[in-house]
Design a protein around this ligand. Structure first.
Ligand code: AMP
Length: 190
């Protein structure tokens, strides 16, 4: 599989313009950030269905054991992707939220560090995992999630996102880790 799979500029094969369903909120949560709000896309019946269809099509014939989603928007998308692929869903959560034994991974934020965790028994050695989140910016969150899957003994088949912010370099960062990245649309200049 190629190291990069990109959708046709936000248009689905059905011709729906998914990009126009994403709402942009300037200066949220702080000045200078263009927040790409997918709640408007999720609320649109055709938009939601087409987004999930576009996320899964490269993986219809791929060997995948689990779909992992990153809290919180990755849960909404990852749950639907797992259902469509007929696989189980594994949550990757912020530190302290999972009830059983966990494996953790710290990652750097603009100010300070954060951590994500996965249940220690969620993934077995050799399991092939598809990672899902809504958006890749710097790639720090997904990078930590990939490390968690690998620490668990799993192999990351690909990471898929609705939105890429290419100027922040996150997708390239994940590709440099040897992960195939699949995105449906890009917003340049952020
Ligand atoms: P990063 O770790 O920098 O790739 O950030 C990715 C995470 O932060 C994703 O879970 C996104 O939901 C969220 N995020 C980062 N930047 C934005 C943005 N401009 N608009 C919406 N969500 C964002």
């Amino acid at each position: 599989m190629a190291n990069s799979i990109n959708g046709p500029a936000g248009n689905t094969r059905a011709g729906l313009d998914l990009k126009s369903l994403v709402r942009t909120i300037p200066d949220y949560p702080k000045p200078g950030i263009q927040f790409r709000d997918i709640t408007t896309l999720l609320a649109d019946p055709a938009g939601l269905r087409a987004s999930i269809d576009e996320m899964i099509w490269p993986f219809l014939s791929a060997h995948i054991d689990h779909v992992a989603g990153i809290e919180a928007r990755g849960f909404i998308l990852g749950g639907a992707v797992a259902h469509e692929l007929g696989r189980g869903f594994v949550p990757i959560r912020k530190k302290g939220k999972l009830p059983y034994k966990t494996i953790g991974q710290d990652y750097e934020l603009e100010y300070g560090v954060d951590a994500v965790e996965i249940h220690a028994d969620a993934i077995s050695a050799g399991d092939r995992v598809l990672l899902v989140d809504d958006l890749v910016a710097t790639g720090g969150t997904a990078d930590a999630a990939i490390d968690l899957i690998r620490k668990s003994g799993g192999e990351v088949v690909a990471a898929c996102f609705i939105i890429d912010l290419p100027d922040l370099g996150g997708a390239d960062r994940l590709r440099r880790k040897g992960v195939t990245v699949h995105t449906l649309m890009a917003f340049e200049g952020d």
